[in-house]
Ligand binder design. Structure first.
Ligand SMILES: CC(C)(COP(=O)(O)OP(=O)(O)OC[C@H]1O[C@@H](n2cnc3c(N)ncnc32)[C@H](O)[C@@H]1OP(=O)(O)O)[C@@H](O)C(=O)NCCC(=O)NCCS
Length: 182
């Protein structure tokens, strides 16, 4: 799958991306806000990660889309964004995303999230999406709220973050299709 917008392309991950994601994800400033990436993050972690994504992309019907965020002009891979836990009967799913630190604050996260929300609501016809964020992750909270996500819950000590091994609380955010389209 491939979707383009003004400056970026969302596309499937491939073998060549393995080397490229290592420096982007070998960074606690990124992975301390995520659940599953270890720190340090080396080539064997990248291989596991991308092999898993490739395998999941072959499911039919798909229950996840883990897509690379690529800059249109330079063809640089700058991050990843995903729809996870897609339930086509319930018409629900979740979103997760990350952008390499050197690319932050250029609006790429917003552009990628807009593509994936349009895809989820208008192509997959989902009716509700969730996102989980750790308290203190202001950039992600601002990003979600900008698109209409509402805080629905606070889960105490709900996860162990793989990157730093810390037990973390989670803010649970939800977005209904009707609120996104407003
Ligand atoms: C969250 C993340 C994807 C944002 O990516 P980005 O490309 O910098 O996002 P944008 O440039 O589109 O900024 C999106 C919004 O976030 C907010 N924002 C971005 N950086 C911020 C910061 N350092 N402090 C506060 N708000 C910030 C702003 O509201 C911004 O919107 P605006 O520019 O219209 O005001 C990126 O910071 C990241 O990958 N963080 C680590 C991983 C992560 O937290 N993933 C999400 C887990 S829930």
């Amino acid at each position: 799958m491939e979707i383009k917008s003004e400056r970026i392309i969302l596309r499937e991950f491939n073998e060549e991306d393995k080397k490229i994601i290592v420096p982007l994800l070998n960074n606690l400033n990124v992975t301390k806000w995520l659940l599953v990436y270890p720190f340090p993050f080396d080539l064997s972690d990248a291989e596991k990660t991308i092999n898993h994504m490739i395998k999941r992309s072959l499911e039919n019907p798909r229950t996840s889309y883990n897509l690379a965020i690529e800059l249109k002009k330079s063809k640089e891979l700058i991050g990843g964004i995903g729809l996870v836990k897609i339930d086509l009967e319930q018409k629900t799913g979740g979103v997760m995303y990350w952008v390499g630190e050197k690319y932050w604050r250029n609006g790429y996260g917003s552009e990628a999230l807009k593509i994936i929300l349009d895809f989820a609501f208008n192509v997959l016809k989902l009716r509700r999406l969730y996102a989980e964020v750790y308290p203190g992750n202001d950039s992600s909270i601002n990003l979600l709220e900008k698109f209409g996500f509402k805080k629905e819950g606070y889960l105490r000590k709900s996860v162990i973050c793989k990157a730093d091994g810390k037990i973390k609380d989670t803010l649970y955010y939800g977005l209904l299709k009707e609120d996104y389209n407003k």
